[in-house]
Design a binder for this molecule. Structure first.
Ligand SMILES: Cc1cc2nc3c(=O)[nH]c(=O)nc-3n(C[C@H](O)[C@H](O)[C@H](O)COP(=O)(O)O)c2cc1C
Length: 188
């Protein structure tokens, strides 16, 4: 696939086959991330790979968080936890916080580029991928920081979920449409 084909076919995939992802493929994604553009080569990203036993502990944390947030919605909690248990690999991606706010912001932008690079690489490697912040992504829950053992000078930008894609979902998401760029562009 060329770059344009990858951009056109990339989709958020949230359901995966019950199959391990090879370590080499996870490493390829991490390598792709580190190729992203970044201001003054600060390379502000760090990655925390969550799988196996650690993922079981993550499920517990997600359960606590969901129970606090949605105490009257047990079905939502159950289906959300299933999402975690059925995801083979998760990776938390952080950005270095610096004394200058502008530098910290640029770092965050670079980390967003890095996550997108991983997403495109996942497409090339036939992996399903989604960047989550809300819900079981736990990015807005302070406890995630301690969970991954990250220093406080790093901000969590995303939790990516990945695995071999569920084929049915892969077909369904193909039809997703975008607003034409002409409606989003002002030629000054
Ligand atoms: C910053 C960011 C945060 C996102 N957070 C979530 C999330 O919490 N849960 C989720 O299911 N998808 C999340 N997504 C995925 C988007 O919902 C998805 O990219 C969007 O629906 C467009 O679909 P597409 O990626 O298939 O083109 C997020 C995407 C981005 C870029």
């Amino acid at each position: 696939m060329n770059a344009f084909e990858i951009l056109q076919t990339r989709r958020a995939i949230r359901n995966y086959e019950n199959r391990e992802v090879e370590r080499e493929k996870i490493e390829r994604l991490l390598e792709a991330a580190t190729l992203a553009p970044n201001d003054r080569m600060r390379e502000p990203w760090s990655f925390f790979v969550i799988q196996g036993e650690t993922k079981k502990r993550y499920e517990k944390l997600a359960y606590e968080y969901l129970q606090e947030r949605f105490p009257t919605k047990p079905h939502l909690i159950e289906s959300s936890i299933k999402v975690v248990s059925q995801t083979p690999v998760m990776i938390a991606v952080t950005s270095d916080i610096l004394p200058e706010e502008a530098d910290s912001k640029d770092n965050e932008y670079a980390v967003c580029c890095a996550i997108h690079s991983m997403w495109l690489a996942a497409q090339e490697l036939n992996l399903g991928f989604v960047w989550r912040t809300r819900g079981v992504g736990l990015v807005h829950d302070g406890r995630l920081h301690d969970f991954i053992g990250s220093p406080k000078d790093k901000k969590i930008i995303g939790m990516v979920f990945l695995g071999y894609p569920n084929q049915k979902e892969l077909e369904e998401v193909k039809t997703k449409k975008r607003t034409h760029f002409q409606e989003k562009t002002v030629w000054l």
